[in-house]
Design a protein around this ligand. Structure first.
Ligand SMILES: Cc1ncc(COP(=O)(O)O)c(C=O)c1O
Length: 404
């Protein structure tokens, strides 16, 4: 018998995307041009001045440990930008710079959740939320939403899910995977329900700068006067500045929680990479024109992707308010409705659809089951308009060919 692993891993779901990525890599290895609609990162480069700042930092003493929770300049820059774009002004002592927003969320999970706790997560959800809760021995309480309600949790559904064991609720707006974003009044209604509870409110705002058609993101932190001592905002540079690989994200928490996060991070990773912190200072403090250029490119691509998906037989796709994902109901492609088969077998679920798209259309996308939304497929439009058009055309050809 091989030595065993910790039992906490027994409850963690292996990522479906890993199997998809492996198949996509196999196809690419054979020289196939795969349309990368599965990825969760901008295809742009960070602004040039960000890279220049990193180069410049190399000439200074950037090779040493920094304070666990980040260099003062970055904390200042985070507070200043939060004031400008999110409309509230945190103190540097509330900020914990982590190795990406994912790590910030994991720090929070370690600091807050334990056996017996429930954490409310609306579905469709970003894959890591429930898994991080489970790793910590707590229980994710999934609140299903549907397309008719814009994939948004209603105050009634939220109130129903709250129990004396609720430790936290995690909201993501705009959302990965749906791109849905709560309007100010929708968010306010949820905040009012939350105020009556004893739970933490954690809001992931990592896509908040990527909103379209004049949608206005309103930070939940502007609505919690008198309740600030149990609110956490998570954010980062990955999506806004196309800096996924630099691994800089952060939480903004009440000071007593920030101290706990300092301890958690101090016993695990210590600081985020110093040079990346300097690059993030430049991103947050420098000119923001590039952010608008990328946002408006995403807006155009969104139209092309959603229109393209809607042109597929029976496929329904809501126009998302933000992020860079289109979340399409692809159940019309199941054999029962479409009559299509794949490799001589029926297409029976969203995973089959995703593998059909990958193998037959060379389009990589993520099945909705991974996000708690079977029947759907997530298509990222973080790629050029031409690639989006060609990918959709390739899906059309694959469907035609499968009909014959
Ligand atoms: C909703 C959401 N939160 C957090 C993250 C993590 O971002 P980071 O690159 O900062 O770890 C992602 C990345 O895909 C995301 O989609």
């Amino acid at each position: 018998m091989p030595l065993s692993f910790a039992r906490r891993l027994d409850v963690v779901q292996p990522s479906v995307t890993l199997a998809m990525n492996a198949r996509a890599a196999e196809l690419r290895g054979k020289g196939v041009d795969v349309f990368a609609f599965g990825v969760g990162e901008p295809d742009f480069e960070p602004p040039a001045f960000v890279l220049d700042a990193a180069r410049k930092a190399l000439d200074t003493s950037v090779s040493k440990y920094t304070a666990v929770t980040g260099i003062p300049a970055l904390k200042q820059a985070i507070c200043a930008r939060t004031a400008i774009v999110r409309g509230w002004t945190p103190k540097p002592s509330q900020v914990t710079v982590a190795i990406g927003a994912k790590h910030a969320l994991f720090n929070l999970a370690l600091a807050l959740y334990e056996k017996g706790d429930e954490v409310i997560i609306p579905a469709p959800y970003w894959v890591s939320y429930p898994e991080q809760v489970k790793i910590c021995g707590a229980e994710p309480v999934i609140v299903q939403t549907d397309e008719a309600s814009g994939f948004k949790m209603s105050p009634e559904a939220f109130a129903k899910a709250l129990t004396p064991r609720t430790k936290a609720v995690i909201l993501c707006t705009p959302s990965n995977p749906t791109g849905s974003a709560y309007s100010e009044s929708e968010l306010r209604a949820l905040v009012e329900v939350w105020k009556k509870s004893d739970a933490w409110l954690i809001v992931d705002e990592i896509y908040a700068d990527l909103v379209y058609d004049g949608f206005k993101h309103v930070s939940a932190a502007t609505m919690v006067q008198g309740f600030e001592d149990r609110v956490v905002i998570v954010d980062g540079v990955s999506k806004t500045y196309a800096m996924t690989g630099w691994r800089i994200g952060w939480s903004i928490a009440p000071e007593r929680l920030a101290k706990a996060l300092d301890m958690v991070q101090g016993q695990s990773t210590t600081n985020a990479t110093a040079i990346a912190q300097h690059a993030a200072v430049a991103a947050l403090s420098g000119p923001q024109e590039e952010v608008e250029r990328m946002r408006s490119a995403f807006e155009k691509r969104r139209g092309v992707m959603v229109e393209g998906l809607r042109s597929l037989p029976g496929v329904k796709c809501r126009m998302p308010e933000g992020a860079f994902y289109a979340f399409a109901d692809c159940s019309s492609l199941y054999t029962a409705t479409s009559g299509l088969t794949y490799k001589g077998k029926p297409i029976a679920n969203d995973e089959d659809v995703a593998f059909f798209l990958l193998d037959e259309a060379h389009v990589a996308a993520v099945p909705g089951g991974a996000f708690g939304a079977p029947g759907y497929v997530r298509f990222s439009y973080a790629t050029s308009e031409e690639r989006i058009k060609n990918g959709i055309a390739s899906i059309k050809r694959a469907i035609e060919a499968a009909r014959k």
